[in-house]
Design a protein around this ligand. Sequence first.
Ligand code: G4P
Length: 538
Amino acid sequence: MASLKEELAREIEKRRTFAIISHPDAGKTTLTEKLLLYGGAIHLAGSIKSRKTQRHAVSDWMEIEKQRGISVTSSVLQFDYDGYRINILDTPGHQDFSEDTYRTLMAVDSAVMIIDAAKGVEAQTRKLFRVCRQRGIPIFTFVNKLDRFGKAPLDLMDELENVLGIRSYPMNWPIGTDGTYRGVYDREKNRIELFAEDVTHGQETRVSEVFAMDDPAWKERVGAEVAAALADDIELLRDAGEEFDRAAVDAGELTPMFFGSAMTNFGVQNFLEEYIRLAPTPAPRMSSAGMIEPDDEQFSGFVFKIQANMNPAHRDRLAFIRISSGKFDRNMSVWHAPSGKLIKLAQPQQFLAQDRQIIDTAYPGDIVGLFDPGVFGIGDTLCDPARKFKFEDFPVFPPERFARVAAKDTMKRKQFVKGIEQLTQEGAIQLFEQVGAGLDSYIVGTVGTLQFEVLEYRLKNEYNTEITMQMQPFETARWLAFPDGRTITPADLRGADRGMFVHDRNGNPVLLVSNEWALGWIRENNPDLQLGQVPFDR
Ligand code: G4P
């Protein structure tokens, strides 16, 4: 029988865990669905997309989230392809949910960046790219919508370099552009792949035909003009393009680039196969006990997402755990770092393309959902009680929008507090209490205004509480401390009259101010005051 070490090595080698980053509408949903189609996890495309409706208006987004309550399958998707196990972590599309997205990016080993061929690099892509860059994870680029009019491939390469500062290496090259897209030239295999006419509107996997470069048949098929343009491009890439450098890809400095059309299935399979070949296996992770390697025999993992009330009928709360090392067994007991308690992991859930189901085992790179009795928080470490440690902290994203929130009906205060605390634990909002203001209202901080609408909606729908909300004129929060550790009261601060003095959930003093200028004034007036973007005890 294979040892645990060998079993782990084998399973880790098979795993690829990634997120798709893109601007809304670039084709994330479509590509995800097509990857599932090629992975055999669904049989007809359309089953996932049909759940998605117009998503631009807030109310529609709410509806989608509500529908998602019945099925979490869009949060984490797992499927097998060619002996590999692929985990795709979904990231919310709307820009105001970037905080949630950032956390999800902490749980992946690589990212797939979708670029709309006509629009190039867009705002949301830039933001998400930056987070991936900071983590130094490999980024794979899929240029989508090649079936339509778009920017020239060489211009898109320039754009990646100039706007994002990343060099690209085209793995394939489109044959025919601007609506005459016929297939791809595979640079590594030096061969042509032409796609058959699409008769199923992308609902089924696409048949393609492969030709050797010197086979005249493909030129006949695409016509002399397109063939000549391709020959020019290949020469240009050979002379002026980047060398393929695996180490630079691994370091996130060079992005392998693919061209295709998710809607019509052009280039999707080529992308999937090359991605599997090049993408990293589950990575080690830094902790208080040093680097934790995935093939370490002792189990460890961390919480990166908490979602409550996904099923309104059951009021369940699920914590999403990314496994970092060792083997996960159903019913195992693990040490929960923040509470210092042993927790038995009953009823662990795994997410398959169409369903969630109870699992028995899982390995590094996999995501497991645990029913959470209210003990887990974002970033918590779970590990084998034989070796206790804590993974390095998750980054905190300082809030930029603030509102005073209270229950409309004071009789409903209990549900109101429960709901507010739940959403705080999920990481959807950050909670502050104004010093001296009493406990009837909270100051809520978020990174985007849409989060307030979600707060209002969820309190109403899940906790039956209507709220009042007054936006506050602040855009910046700073945690406060004096070097000698003495307690801070509003009276200790000079020049802070226009700010608001609050405490965070742990009682740490925080000052909310309107802008950088006000902050400068406070700094000037309180030379020994320390101002931190995150709590000082982290
Ligand atoms: P998102 O999740 O990134 O927001 O994008 P999504 O996949 O929903 O795609 C956004 C729109 O772009 C959809 O059109 C989708 O059909 C279209 N699309 C995706 N991939 C391609 C492609 O390769 N070529 C072309 N031409 N279009 C593509 P929609 O009109 O908003 O929705 P639908 O009516 O098609 O469902």
